[in-house]
Structure formats: structure tokens, C-alpha cells
Design a protein around this ligand. Structure first.
Ligand SMILES: [Zn+2]
Length: 397
């Protein structure tokens, strides 16, 4: 079993939106209330989740407006608070510097969650569908695909642009793993090339969003000329949020197409373990070069592959750049050197391609297959994979 998330746009009426906003605000209040209780620490210990949950009925009596929110939704607020807390403790354990959980101001609390009960998709008028939410009512929803599988939870989310979305967490059956590998590929996440693979495909950095970026700059400038919190300022904020959203959508679109292409074309995909890569590159370059969009790409690749019965294997990224993919000789090279040239066996090829080959070999070894044989790829003008998709957003923040 695996978990998938399907995200659909909601079109609430004015009255429904007021209810949604009120629910959001109640949840925010509750989150802050419980966070305060956590920080108070009765007799030096963090109170347990169940202890706090047990205070809910009394809280509802003292604050009747909480009754306007489905009871499970209120419980989920507590659930989120504790998972945030756990994430923070986890980071601390790994020796990272972390702050503490913050109180959420207006605008910083953007979603609430129905779990197990209080929601249902129904057929509305004609072909229109509706998402019925307890205490809120049936909201028109646009589902561009069917949700096959068991829905455990639905997150109701408000974006800064003012649009509402429903994100369904769905459990689906993963197709059984393949038994034979016939088309393997290794993928290197590079600095010069966004992606290089063992078949000699290079994907360039998808940051040619000059048009959107230029617009962004212009609107940001306009915002800076407006008086903070004035009516026009608020209007301008929404405008900016819409541009940000469009850029993000372009980027997601690009990554969806790219990951779809790989899953369609190959049955075994070896990539680097991004968590480790990030650590290494942080240590070496003093700044974080690992790209946020890579994580998204790998995530998409993994769940698409899992559904389609393909294999995605993550390998240790250490040494994949310097090692010769033909004879294992370590050939150290500075960042600017784009070619791997082996003094021992004479192999000469693009450095990212060499890395991709090492990644594939390591990946195949991991699952007990003989290292792949490669046909030499010439260095020169190379094919750009998914070039049609490079209409995309910047992966760099
Ligand atoms: Zn060599």
C-alpha cells in the first residue's frame, strides 16, 4: 500500500467561504492555545496529546464558537501540533540548530484537516461534483481525475492567492515490483545540467521564466510603492501571490512531465540519495546547492514509478563524480572542469554523464544485478530531453 495525494480546486460560495475562513480561524486559535499549554509544561514535562485532547469538551463549553467546527477537525489540530513538535525534536537530534514552534498569526494558518469522517464527494447538479464538509456544506469541486482508493483524510487549504483547494490522501495498491530489468537508467542531478542521464540526455535548468520573473519584479516594485496595509497594498499582495502561484504551477508542470517521461521510458531508475547529497554539498560549498525542485522531482518519480511497477533506487552520492565509471580510478576534478578524463583507462566524457553511469552501476549493484554495459556516448551537442516542457518555472528560490 502506498499513499498518494490528489489536489483539487474548490469553488465555495461567499457564505461558504465565510464559514471556511471562520473554521480556519478557530483552528488557528486552538493551535495557539495548545501551543501555549505545551510551553507551560506542567511539572516540567510536556503534556501528552491525549491529556490535551481530553480538555476539548470543556474548551468547547467555554468557547462555544469552537462548536462551529467539526470535532475531528479540532482533534487534527492537536495532531498537527504534535507532529510539528516531533519533526523539530528529530532535527535537534540530528544536531541541527532549530528554533521553537511559533504561534500562528493570521495568514500563517492555512489549512485544516478532516480525518476519517465529516467529508464526502457527492454528485451535484449535472456533471458538477461537490465536496460535502460537515458544518460547512456542499462545496463545488473540480476533479480532473477520479480518486481510486480509500480516502483517509482531506486537507482544506487556502492559498495566499485566495484560492481554496482540497487535498485528498489516498491509499492505493502499488503494482508489484518488476522481476526483470530491461531498460535501466542512471540520473545525475548536476549543477551545470539540471539532470544528466546514462543515455546521454541532458535537461537544462528550467529557470527560463524570464517573462514571469520580470513581471514578478515589476509587481514587487509596485508593492513597495504602496502604503502598508492600505487597500491598494492588499490588492497588490493578491496580485503578487497569483504570479507566484503561476510560476510554481509552471515548475510543477515541468517536473510532472519530466518524471512521467522517465517512468514511461525506463523500468529501473537509479538516482542519488538527496538527503546525503545535500549534506555533502553544504559541507563543501558552504552554501546549499541542492535544489528544492530536485526533491519534488524525485518524489514524483518515486510515486509514479511505484504505481507503474517500476524500480527507483537511491544510491550514496559520495564519490560518484570523481570515480571513473570504466575503471574505478579516482580522478578528482574541480567544479569548473566539465570533462572527466581518466589517465588510467583513457575514458573521456562529460563529467555529469560519468556520474550518471556510476549512479546506475551502484543502483544495479544494490539490487544484485550485474553492472550495466555501456555503449560509449560521444561528447558534443547533446539531445535535450523534454525540451518541449522547458516552459517552466525557476527551481531556485
Ligand atoms: Zn578510467
Amino acid at each position: 500500500m502506498m499513499q498518494l495525494t490528489c489536489r483539487f480546486r474548490l469553488y465555495p460560495s461567499r457564505a461558504q467561504e465565510r464559514k471556511l475562513l471562520a473554521a480556519l480561524d478557530q483552528c488557528r486559535w486552538l493551535y495557539n492555545h495548545f501551543l501555549e499549554k505545551l510551553n507551560q509544561k506542567e511539572d516540567g514535562r510536556t503534556p501528552s496529546r491525549y491529556k490535551l485532547q481530553a480538555t476539548l469538551p470543556k474548551l468547547k463549553q467555554e468557547h462555544p464558537e469552537l462548536k462551529q467546527v467539526h470535532s475531528k477537525v479540532l482533534q487534527m489540530v492537536l495532531h498537527h501540533l504534535y507532529s510539528n513538535l516531533r519533526a523539530l525534536t528529530g532535527l535537534k537530534r540530528n544536531g541541527r540548530k532549530v528554533g521553537r514552534l511559533r504561534f500562528k498569526g493570521r495568514g500563517w494558518f492555512k489549512s485544516f484537516t478532516y480525518s476519517q469522517s465529516g467529508f464526502k464527494i457527492t454528485e451535484g447538479h449535472g456533471k458538477r461534483r461537490e465536496l460535502w464538509l460537515s458544518k460547512i456544506g456542499p462545496i463545488p469541486i473540480v476533479t480532473h481525475r477520479d480518486i481510486n482508493g480509500e480516502t483517509k483524510q482531506v486537507h482544506i487549504k487556502r492559498e495566499h492567492s485566495g484560492k481554496w483547494f482540497a487535498c485528498f490522501s489516498v491509499k492505493v495498491e502499488a503494482t508489484s515490483k518488476l522481476k526483470k530489468i530491461s531498460k535501466p537508467v542512471g540520473i545525475d542531478l548536476g549543477i551545470e545540467h539540471y539532470i544528466a542521464d546514462t543515455d546521454g540526455n541532458f535537461v537544462e535548468h528550467p529557470h527560463n521564466i524570464t517573462k514571469s520573473e520580470w513581471k514578478l519584479k515589476r509587481e514587487q516594485y509596485r508593492l513597495s510603492r504602496k502604503r502598508k496595509n492600505s487597500k491598494n497594498w492588499v490588492k497588490q499582495c493578491t496580485k503578487l501571490a497569483l504570479i507566484h502561484e503561476r510560476i510554481r504551477n509552471q515548475r510543477l508542470d515541468f517536473l510532472h512531465k519530466l518524471s512521467r517521461d522517465y517512468v514511461d521510458d525506463y523500468d529501473f531508475i537509479a538516482t542519488e540519495d538527496l538527503d546525503v547529497k545535500e549534506l555533502i554539498e553544504k559541507a563543501h560549498n558552504g552554501k546549499n546547492r541542492a535544489d528544492a525542485a530536485w526533491a519534488t522531482f524525485l518524489h514524483m518519480l518515486t510515486y509514479k514509478a511505484e504505481r507503474a511497477g517500476r524500480w527507483v533506487v537511491k544510491v550514496e552520492p559520495r564519490g560518484t563524480t570523481d570515480r571513473c565509471s570504466k575503471c574505478d580510478e579516482v580522478v578528482e576534478k574541480p567544479l569548473w572542469m566539465r570533462i572527466h578524463k581518466c589517465p588510467r583507462c583513457g575514458l573521456e566524457l562529460d563529467r555529469d554523464l560519468n556520474a550518471a553511469r556510476n549512479i546506475l552501476q551502484d543502483g544495479l549493484e544494490q539490487v544484485g544485478w550485474e553492472p550495466a554495459e555501456f555503449t560509449p556516448v560521444e561528447i558534443g551537442p547533446l539531445l535535450a530531453r523534454a525540451s518541449s516542457a522547458v516552459e517552466a518555472g525557476s527551481p531556485l528560490r
